[in-house]
Design a protein around this ligand. Structure first.
Ligand SMILES: NC(=O)c1ccc[n+]([C@@H]2O[C@H](COP(=O)([O-])OP(=O)(O)OC[C@H]3O[C@@H](n4cnc5c(N)ncnc54)[C@H](OP(=O)(O)O)[C@@H]3O)[C@@H](O)[C@H]2O)c1
Length: 220
């Protein structure tokens, strides 16, 4: 999938920001459906809480936040990174969210689990966009604390691409992993997410094409 992503951008000239926008839109649609099933119309006191990492998976989450704001939801974005260190496309969304009054809140260096749990408890739905297919090795802080808080919150979680902490190739948790109700995966299902042992983490799996051209998929 990483090779396909690179080809889409380099061979077909489709900017990463466009893919992120479509990934965010797909995530927002699924989160909205889940929210409405539980609570009906958007309620101010029950926001959609979106946990974002420093990479492009986090960018997908912030793109979803913009769409959810436009659909009338209260949104809270928790960031497991320093906003100043975000890469180009995620930084674009972080800046937009700040201007829209939903500035991503940086997790503290100490006590991130309690900090996150406090913000997750009122959530109607949670989106997990901490780590996708770019995860390497055992999960590190503050992501560990945010995963623990999401799982403890008892709120339904929609995972972006791969549940954070789950190895997309093997389906094995790397120390800690999000237990999602639904995983919205982009382009194609990741092998590990199809393994029986991954089911408690993946939940229901839906594949969203996010406008990746068929030619790019065929040449994979
Ligand atoms: N073409 C596209 O743009 C496109 C298309 C479809 C989907 N996507 C999305 O992009 C995602 C991949 O983005 P990505 O390559 O930036 O990777 P990522 O999955 O967002 O993860 C990379 C980030 O996670 C951190 N990280 C890596 N391993 C970690 C660990 N064990 N513990 C804690 N933090 C860790 C990295 O920090 P360090 O750098 O400090 O290690 C880096 O900031 C996909 O899963 C999908 O959601 C992108």
């Amino acid at each position: 999938m990483q090779r396909i992503d690179a080809r889409v951008i380099q061979t077909y000239g489709i900017p990463r920001l466009l893919l992120m926008e479509h990934a965010g839109l797909a995530l927002a649609r699924h989160a909205q459906q889940l929210y409405q099933t539980r609570l009906g119309a958007p309620r101010r006191h029950h926001p959609i809480v979106i946990c974002c990492g420093a990479g492009y998976n986090g960018g997908d989450g912030m793109a979803a936040a913009r769409h959810l704001l436009a659909r009338g939801f209260a949104v809270r974005v928790l960031l497991a990174a320093r906003a100043a260190r975000l890469r180009e496309e995620p930084a674009v969304y972080a800046a937009i969210l700040s201007r829209l009054g939903a500035r991503p809140q940086e997790a503290p260096a100490a006590g991130a689990s309690a900090w996150a749990l406090k913000r997750l408890r009122p959530a109607g739905v949670v989106i997990d966009a901490l780590l996708g297919i770019g995860m390497r090795g055992t999960v590190r802080e503050p992501v560990v604390s945010l995963i623990a808080a999401m799982n403890r919150s008892g709120r339904p979680i929609v995972a972006a691409d791969v549940p954070s902490g789950l190895d997309g190739d093997t389906g094995l948790p790397q120390g800690h992993a999000v237990r999602a109700a639904l995983t919205v995966t982009f382009g194609a299902a990741k092998r590990g997410c199809l393994a029986a042992r991954a089911r408690p983490y993946v939940g229901r799996l839906v594949v969203e094409p996010i406008t990746i051209p068929a030619q790019a998929m065929e040449r994979a």
